[in-house]
Design a protein around this ligand. Structure first.
Ligand SMILES: Cc1cc2nc3c(=O)[nH]c(=O)nc-3n(C[C@H](O)[C@H](O)[C@H](O)COP(=O)(O)OP(=O)(O)OC[C@H]3O[C@@H](n4cnc5c(N)ncnc54)[C@H](O)[C@@H]3O)c2cc1C
Length: 272
């Protein structure tokens, strides 16, 4: 009998978990590697209402559901960061792992402004902001910035959005929701400098205005996030979800990708 193939999935976001769950339906177990929390980027979402047939949920509720599915289906999660990928081998921060098939579902990473990273009050993800803040500056004009403002508002935090350009790029629906809540929107107002001041942050705008906030969320865009890949034989490696198409960052696309990857692996294995 042919030895059992080892299937590894890097990333326990919607794409990686959907792949593992679909494989499980074929009776195949995969090993999932995750460096942070279960659920990936969707944990940050204020309200997810664009997934057909799924009731409206917050990102945190979705992450909790995913955690339950992991337990119900007995999915194997290894807490490690995969740093590089060679033919048949993953190198993690803690160990090395062999694979026969590999699914890379590592999502995206933020575009950074390193000179603003002066304390843990500055974050690129809402869920990584300190708790117990009462005011939040948000830098960016896309969906993540507006979504963050709505999430903050709902939690009793006072958000203000600073945008470099004249027009925000976010979904009209999100812009309207922030307008309905009278969340201040500063157009053509790039942030020039961020300073610490008595445990809070001073935000200096391009016009030289100085404002004090408890925290800053930077959401100026994202790029694909891939480990170092030194692989010659790519026939057993699949890249899925946001990592594969950074311009189409949607959970339903990531889920569909995960399911498709599982079906492709079944094909490569010669059918279930
Ligand atoms: C604020 C916000 C609101 C959103 N709202 C919506 C919405 O309403 N509807 C919608 O459809 N989409 C929404 N999205 C987009 C959605 O979150 C993403 O499309 C989806 O999470 C992509 O899934 P993914 O699995 O491809 O990647 P991710 O969710 O980014 O998951 C990747 C996972 O891989 C892990 N990882 C990365 N590198 C490594 C490594 N080297 N080793 C081990 N683990 C690693 C990460 O820690 C992460 O857990 C929103 C996103 C944000 C930020």
């Amino acid at each position: 009998m042919e030895p059992k193939k080892r299937i590894c999935i890097v990333g326990a976001g919607p794409a990686g978990l959907s792949c593992a769950l679909m494989l499980k339906r074929y009776g195949i177990s995969a090993t999932i590697f995750e460096k942070e929390e279960i659920g990936g980027l969707i944990r940050n979402a204020w309200r997810v209402e664009n997934i057909p047939l799924m009731p409206v949920r917050s990102g945190e509720e979705i992450a909790a559901e995913l955690q339950k599915l992991i337990e119900i289906n007995g999915l194997e999660i290894i807490r490690d960061e995969i740093l590089s990928i060679e033919d048949g081998k993953l190198s993690g921060a803690k160990d090395e792992y062999p694979y026969d098939f590999l699914v890379i579902a590592t999502g995206t990473r933020p575009k950074r402004i390193s000179e603003f990273e002066i304390s843990d009050r500055v974050s690129y993800e809402y869920v990584k902001l300190p708790k117990n803040i009462s005011s939040l500056a948000i830098y960016g004009g896309g969906d993540i910035a507006f979504d963050g403002a709505l999430k903050a508002f709902e939690s009793g935090v006072k958000p203000e959005i600073f945008i470099r350009s004249e027009h925000p790029r976010a979904l009209p629906k999100l812009i309207e929701e922030t307008r309905n809540r009278k969340i201040p929107l500063h157009l053509k107002t790039p942030i020039r400098e961020v300073r610490n001041h008595e445990g809070r942050l001073i935000i200096v705008t391009s016009e030289g205005e100085e404002r004090e906030f408890d925290a800053l969320l930077i959401a100026i865009g994202r790029v694909e996030n891939l480990p170092r890949i030194n692989v010659v034989d790519l026939s057993r490696v699949l890249i899925i979800g946001d990592a594969a198409h950074v311009n189409y960052r949607q959970m339903s696309i990531a889920i569909g990708d995960g399911i498709k990857a599982a079906m492709r692996i079944i094909e490569l294995l010669g059918g279930a």
